[in-house]
Unconditional design. Sequence first.
Lengths: 141, 57
Amino acid sequence: MAAPRTPISKASMPPITRPSVALTCALAWVFPGAGHLLQGQAGKALVFGTMLLPMYVLGLAFGGRLFPLQAVEPLMLLAAGAQWMIGLTRLVAGWAGYGLGDVVAASYEYGNTFLIVAGLLNVLVIFDAADVARGGKVERP
Amino acid sequence: MTSHLGMLILFAALVAPVFAALHRDDLQTARRFAARLFGALVSGALLLGWVLYLVFG
């Protein structure tokens, strides 16, 4: 025989713990969409992961260059900063020796554009993930 | 790929869904927004290309 159920008041329930904003942003920086995945927005995470990663890889395949973080050339520094906004991918690509830049390739500038834009779009994704983590943006059903 | 148009379409196809996911929460409206944005990016670039060609070409 089942025991009688006692009603649970809201005050007695433990508060819902959300992953911290810092952790969400860090994960979103490391891997596009990981921050949203942590916040339970799998659909958005899938979109970001399946669009931004191929964009970065295509940028490398088109002969784009991974710019070094050097202050000698300000524009190059900005480009490098943008490319570093997809942390893990940039790190792995650098370690693997990709992104040397094929200057004579017809698609060289396109490659750079793909690499830079993928990084900048991930900045927007990080901001969005931070908004979600703060509770300022909730996904509608 | 070395086709300018191909690059443009590929770029628009990758960028549009990201902006749609950022700006729309509902899947249906996000799809529509992505399609419109894709069309706007491609047609806008073609239009600008023709204007530049006619003015400076």
